[in-house]
Design a protein around this ligand. Sequence first.
Ligand code: BGC
Ligand code: BGC
Length: 761
Amino acid sequence: MLRTRPTLALTAVAALMLGSAHASTAQEPGEDRGHAVYLDAAAPVERRVSDLLRRMTLEEKVGQMAQIRLGKLRGNCDYGPGPLVESCMKAVLSDAKVGSILSGGGDNPAPDPSPKAWAEMTNAIQKYALEHQRLRIPIIYGADGVHGHSNLPAAVMFPHQIGLGATWNPELIQQAGKATGEAMRATGVFWNFAPVSDLARDTRWGRYYEAYSEDPFLAGSLAAAAVKGMQTPASDTAQLTATAKHFAGYSQPFNGHDRANAFIPVRQLQDSVLPPFQAQFDAGVKTVMINSGAINGIPVHASRYMLVEQLRERMGFQGVAVSDWEDMKKLVTHHKVAADYPSAIAMSVNAGVDMAMEPSDAQAFTQGLVTVVRDGRVSQRRIDEAVRRILKLKFELGLFEKPFVDPAKAEQAVRGNGADLSRKAATESMVLLRNEKSTLPLSSSAKKLVVTGDTADDARRQLGGWTVEWQGVPPNGPFPETTTVLEGLKAAAPQTEISHAQDQATAVAEAKTADAVVVVLGEKEGAEGTADTEDPSLSPAQQQLVDAVQATGKPVVVVLLTGRGRVLGSVADADALLSGWLPGTEGGHAVADVLFGKANPSGKLPVSWPKTVGDQPMSYDQLPGANAGVSSQYDPAYPFGFGLSYTSFEIGAPAAPGIVKARDNVKVSVTVRNTGSRAGTEIVPVYVQQPVSVVQVPERRLVGFTKVTLNPGEQKSVEVTFDTDQLALTMGDVDGAGRREVPKGGYLVEAGGKTTPLTLR
Ligand code: BGC
Ligand code: BGC
């Protein structure tokens, strides 16, 4: 396509914003873009899409289907850092006509990663694209805001999803999502690759901490809340879209290693793996990212069954499906189901991927796709379908009207935004696992505390992966302002001598004159395959340290800042055990508040805590096995839903209607009473049991939950409503070939360990 003639008219807003826009855009002969319907903000989106689509050449269409990483626009047009470079931008945005740019885990503006520099950078990319693409289609910029605007050293980091899962608090997660969305939008990032709807079921897997829960209902409810928060309507900028990732089955590689093949029977797929994605779809998420791995020998990004039959036809998703990082190419290089890149592109696009996170080779992708369209391997219809979805997204987000952001507002929208919320979330995420001899809370009048352990004062480990970079804060990189546990304890107890013991010998020596010892243990920050582990247990050194300080006879509190429930070994016997997950920038304050009793711990395990290495994968909803004793039964160190408090609660028998019609909602009410001497918050999970079922069902399935705060002696009646559709099961033999339906008959509703019968008519 030659672009020779100077542009005629610029659209109102864009022209205003660009001001000095030089006349480098050209028009097709006979086009009058000035009156184009697609530029009319008042026209219905469908009309705008159709109008724009019919003006587009094939090259322009395939360009919209590509997403390229920031590195290709700057420095040496590859991995070299540096400012944006015109010739690099030309190759991607002008020659290949690419419609989307992403910051991978490490792509900050260089050398300045401030919010303002981010905004200026995304504006400059947008300006270049608008000026050099004939139809002035704005680009959409994406990044991984998986626990806050995670690439920005200036941003507040929330706890990672696994910690948020322990809060069982959708409202809080919605607010955190809103703050994240605000920060991202202010820097010109309108596509957040979050939240994760994968289930956390295998602690060997390096991305375990990126999931909310092992339970489909909890994971789905919290992901839906995050979507609502992130996509909160904005008036100052264009809107942001969240992403349901990684569709689907990504978290269950058969050997626990990231991106290894998963074996997932259809029944498990439909009844466990997909429902948390459906929850995001129902909450209005506009994009979905496809699982990089394969299921049952078929790479998901090449699976029409997954991407059309399940995603579109059964689940009704209508938005954009983007591949994960380089996955089309991996059909050739890794999965080896395609002989060359064009064949892989055809395979993946035909299966239903609308946009390739290529992310490095714009020309190879766009030319490859043009080739397979021209030779008939991909139909024009399929291209139009994909491009329609992408354009619709851009129109719906308002990018045509508001392609730019105001750099002057970026700093304020990012720095400190959500700090209080992050502290609240971290506090609510703390799960008290053990508290012998009422070791906790510690007295704030303690004279001396020893603080030790590898994560007592290590912000990198506390923040985990996907912080500034995908593997975590790089060695010499700028740092999000973080309060470590050591700092949090010092701030909370200024009158107490806090001795930071850097090694075991010092810890033991110092313990002799201390009131108690706090040992903070964590794990090395990381992401994806590098964070996999075949031995998800506390290391021998960590166990020895705890044993040694326990041997002094002083009270020992172990704080676990890990992205997974690690097998505890001898640490299981510590006087007190608190799991704080990867708690984010405010984590140190949150731990201190709980240790000193300013906050009463209320988190409950969103996952099972394994007892031994080899117990993976593990989840409470495993199907009953046939052995007597524990050998084929669920036998964790701490079960799903476990968590102690400094007070005690009594939960009454649940009350439910007894008989309901299929498709009805069921209202369950329960009384909860604080029987201890402190105010506290209790999470009340409601389960359903099905004593007899034609296909095996878990002993209990979570169908709802609520959270209630009570003063000592106070009692409240709480209500939890669930939909009988949540009880649907896939029928059929081993092949799971039957319908998915809600079996009629007898059930039991369970809360607080007591049940009441329920009959479905
Ligand atoms: C990860 C995704 C992420 C993407 C972009 C991939 O490697 O699997 O979760 O969104 O990179 O950084
Ligand atoms: C990873 C991405 C990450 C990128 C960082 C890739 O290999 O899969 O998740 O964002 O590297 O450059």
